[in-house]
Design a protein around this ligand. Sequence first.
Ligand SMILES: Cc1cc2nc3c(=O)[nH]c(=O)nc-3n(C[C@H](O)[C@H](O)[C@H](O)COP(=O)(O)OP(=O)(O)OC[C@H]3O[C@@H](n4cnc5c(N)ncnc54)[C@H](O)[C@@H]3O)c2cc1C
Length: 382
Amino acid sequence: MHSRSFEIVTVGGGLGASAFAGAMAKKGVRVLILEKEAQFKDRVRGEYIVTWGVAEARELGIEAALLNSCGTAIPFVEMGFGPRNLIETTALQLAGVSFFHPEMQETLLREAESAGAEVRRGVSVTNVQPGANPSVMVANNGREERIFARLIVVADGRGSAARKWAGFSLKTDPHPFHFAGVLLTGVSGRKDICNFVFNPEFGLVGGLVPQSKDRFRAYLGYATDGSFRLHGGEKLGAFLAQSQKVGPMFRDCYTQAKSLGPLAVFDAGYFWVDHPYRDGVALIGEAAAVSDPSFGQGMALTLRDARVLRDALLSDSDWDDAGRKYARQHDTYFHNTRTVCCWLRSLFQEQGPEADARRQRAMPRPFARARSLVRRTGIADG
Ligand SMILES: Cc1cc2nc3c(=O)[nH]c(=O)nc-3n(C[C@H](O)[C@H](O)[C@H](O)COP(=O)(O)OP(=O)(O)OC[C@H]3O[C@@H](n4cnc5c(N)ncnc54)[C@H](O)[C@@H]3O)c2cc1C
């Protein structure tokens, strides 16, 4: 069966695809979203958008929908040096926003649908064909259908199969860190602070992101040689015990905590495609570039991809040209983000005498204060 009635088809219906598709549909473009999950479940994904990502969400017209349904504005961030008020101290004067990822996906798919996009759920894309007349193959209940469009937007996430089918090659810069996450309830912690605290002494980073309905997404990043994985429910005790070493606020907050979902671990590092456009196929979100979750820039980057691609397509009737323009911009802002996050990694995560000396030179007072807090609370022995 053949169909030519869509200008854009997205592979996936996550944050990137639905934000982009909704924004294009609002401009009258005929968009089809193909999402394999009939119902979203907890995959342990990003649940805190940093302020520049919130600005992108505003630009895409989805900030209000997020805040009115699943999202919570989080005005403070704590990195172990005292709470920082983001509204008062950032150029954008915005709070961060948190949500439960599956609820955000449902919200944004609904938004895209009400803007005019067609959404098909429970269907899997099985191939992508770039070219002058690009297309996707879709499997639905044992039947296969080829769908043509002017542009295919691949947004199938960090393990993207579609980028491989479309002939893109992946570059990798793995870091010797793992990043684990689990959804908890019963945590004693402030509901207006997102905690991302680094403890270079142990090579740890602890994250605690409050959400609605007394839920908290807890993260733990740790240095590894690959032999130790905090993965699976039976490792929850070890996850919570290791988290206590991060800093004073993590010592008592988990005493009554219970898990509400899977405990999953991921490799940290960078995995990306240079120039994520070719022959009628554009990659966005984690299909284009995965950033180190320790620094929480992934959703902001994904929303920027959606906005930059939208703007390129709306300002140029030659979509091949627009795709290339998007890809050039993507290369610049992704590599700028990567460069800064790698500096932060050297400063906040690396261990050993050389890294200690670097911290001492760059930020003597905050690190001295953090170290003395750790000693006073006896966390190092715990
Ligand atoms: C542990 C962890 C913590 C993170 N923490 C943060 C954070 O605090 N802040 C932050 O900004 N970012 C964070 N991130 C990154 C964030 O989760 C991603 O940037 C974001 O989810 C990327 O969105 P996406 O739309 O590209 O991909 P996804 O959210 O993965 O969506 C892809 C969609 O495509 C669908 N799909 C896949 N294959 C097919 C197919 N063949 N056919 C049809 N549909 C398909 C999937 O079902 C899914 O719905 C974190 C990531 C991890 C792993």
